[in-house]
Design a protein around this ligand. Structure first.
Ligand code: SF4
Ligand code: SF4
Length: 320
């Protein structure tokens, strides 16, 4: 087992033993309904949701993305730049709203971290390669008795049995964005407020993102082939994948989505009247202000002359 140092998220630092586990690493773990701690992990949760988690859960609940975000999530900032993330909403005691006496009520579509429970995962980019992959590590919490059970399996067998692979596949682009943002460091600076809003929309609020793609303001700047446009607008998974690509464009300026020719000029033409109006208003305000200052200066000068404090009458000496 490797003891490579990991960049562990702050909220996990207190509980885990950071040992990287390779796909073939064996470990003993089993969770089942008759275990003494059954549901203990769901009654004390701190679950960060990924875009694919949100998609699966809201499809399970047959909810729009707006409805799901409003009823089941709370926002938080993932980094010092205020990159928006979401967590699963809990009750006042910290219990997941989906836990029932008999177990998880959204089991088939439970989030990736619930599936992996017992292990943690991080996306990693290896120097000199073009792709990212997930690495797993032991995340042993004291209340979890699954570690005392006598079932041996490899990491690969465990993640396959928990259906984690498909989650990792669909979350890969999003993790790549986060990694890229982190490794770019201060060179890209703080994204604008608008970029952060687009990030939230493309990651979690897919219904709104779809409306944005269908809006005239999108098509004036970006050009998508009709076949691709139709695919994105009719399949939420395609939309999610496109969202990752779109954010590469927004956050890092990568030409990952084709831009309409002369988009900037067209946008200026379209907004020319407003820009001109604003400019005229600014010039007008500036002139008014200058006029006021001039009048004020003349008024002060008049007062000084009335008081016999004309500069000439002092002959350069100070008046007392
Ligand atoms: S979603 Fe299900 S497995 Fe995950 S914390 Fe909630 S009840 Fe537990
Ligand atoms: S605490 Fe561990 S063993 Fe107990 S229910 Fe949760 S995952 Fe299973």
């Amino acid at each position: 087992m490797s003891t490579e140092k990991l960049d562990i998220p702050e909220n996990m630092k207190s509980t885990l033993v950071p040992e990287i586990m390779q796909p073939e690493t064996e470990f003993k773990f089993r969770c089942h309904k008759d275990i003494s701690c059954f549901n203990a992990c769901c009654k004390r949760t701190d679950l960060t949701l990924t875009p694919y988690d949100v998609l699966r859960l809201r499809q399970h609940l047959d909810m729009s993305s707006e409805e799901f975000l409003k009823n089941h999530t709370v926002p938080f900032e993932m980094d010092a730049h205020g990159t928006p993330g979401i967590k699963m909403r809990t009750d006042n005691e910290g219990a997941c709203l989906f836990v029932r006496e008999e177990g998880c009520s959204v089991y088939e579509d439970r989030p990736s971290s619930c599936r992996l429970y017992g292990l943690g995962s991080l996306a990693k980019h290896d120097q000199g390669t073009s792709g990212e992959h997930f690495i797993h590590f032991r995340n042993k919490e004291e209340h979890c008795k699954g570690w005392d059970e006598d079932k041996t399996q490899t990491v690969k067998e465990f993640t396959a049995a928990q259906g984690v692979d498909v989650y990792e596949e669909y979350n890969k682009d999003w993790m790549r964005l986060m990694l890229k943002k982190k490794s770019a460091g201060p060179s890209i600076g703080k994204p604008s407020e608008l970029s952060l809003q687009l990030f939230f929309m493309a990651s979690y609020d897919l219904d709104r993102f779809k409306r944005f793609i269908q809006s005239p303001s999108f098509s004036k700047i970006f050009t998508l082939e009709k076949a691709e446009f139709d695919k994105i607008c009719s399949d939420d998974l395609e939309l999610l994948t496109f969202g990752g690509r779109f954010m590469l464009h927004v956050l890092f300026g990568e030409e990952s989505v084709p831009v309409a020719e002369n988009a900037a000029e067209k946008r200026y033409e379209e907004r020319k009247d407003i820009i001109d109006m604003r400019y005229k208003a600014e010039v007008e305000a500036h002139n008014v202000k200058a006029e006021e200052l001039k009048k004020e200066a003349l008024r002060v000068d008049d007062e000084r002359q009335d008081d016999g404090h004309d500069a000439d009458s002092c002959h350069g000496k100070s008046c007392k």
